[in-house]
Design a protein around this ligand. Sequence first.
Ligand SMILES: [Zn+2]
Ligand SMILES: [Zn+2]
Length: 360
Amino acid sequence: MRSRRRMYSAVMRFFLKCLRLGQRRRFWLTRQVEQLWLYGRLCLRSLLYNSFADGDTALDALFEPIYWLVDHVTRWFGVVFVALVITLTSSVVVIVYVCLIPLILQTYPIAWVFWHIIYGHWNLVMIVFHYYMAITTQPGYPPQQSKSDVAAVSICRKCIAPKPARTHHCSICNRCVLKMDHHCPWLNNCVGHFNHRYFFSFMLFMTMGCIYSSVSGWDMFWEAYAAIETYSQTPPPTFSFRQRAFHKSVVYAWVLCSSVALALGALMLWHSVLITRGETSIERHINRKERKRLQWKGKVFRNPYSYGPLGNWKVFLGVERHRHWVTRVLLPSTHPPYGSGLSWDTAPCVAEQKTPLLAI
Ligand SMILES: [Zn+2]
Ligand SMILES: [Zn+2]
């Protein structure tokens, strides 16, 4: 009986010992896992630590894949859009040369022939020149290294480089652009300090060309449209293939020109308002907010880059003398814009008129 009890207590002791050992081992294992977790977390934090990290950075990081997709799709679309502009413009030019000019030469009085030939070709040259210059001229980029002549007003978070006044980061070009207006998919290029004038002149001359074509082709359009309406009549009219192609080409060219005249004309007028105010499209939003903020404080906002309506146009178009209205505005000109785009001093052509007004 006693030996059985002794054996029982020995088994129990052994069992308890095993239990304690298991507990100790489990405790040791838990400690190890916990330490490993703490070490990993510390390691990750020290690697990713950034004193500028905040909610905005986290959101930016979360949306980064979407931004990447949009930027790359827009970049790819840019090539398609440029090809579309060239194809559509060329199609209208071909229709004019093949269908309309022979008709004008045969039927119009000599004065009208001269007008159409001279005006039409001047307008075409201005469109082609400004579009070519707008897509091939770089908008202007700030230097990557800090330079003494760069009056930086902030640091770009994406380029980690000084950002001069009026410079903004384009997420599609993935770099900062001097006096950035917007990224234009129709040019597949950013509109900035060095190509802003080409962009605007292209819009202006394209709108003028489309209005000219729509107005002068009005009668021809209605005649061709009326002829197309008779196609479904019985008995069918006896138009040849050439005549049918002529009717359809005239209607196509007129509808395209009048649609572009309306859409591009509206955009051109909006940009004219911005240029008159001495603002870019981006500054329009910034200045509106600033105007409201200062108004709330009982102060008046004044655009520091505005030289008055006429002064703004002179600076924008590079008109320094009276003859420049003809040689630099009405004729193709490659003159550079005033200033480097890095700092904004008063241009000499407006210096005597008005000095820039600062926010007060
Ligand atoms: Zn940047
Ligand atoms: Zn861009």
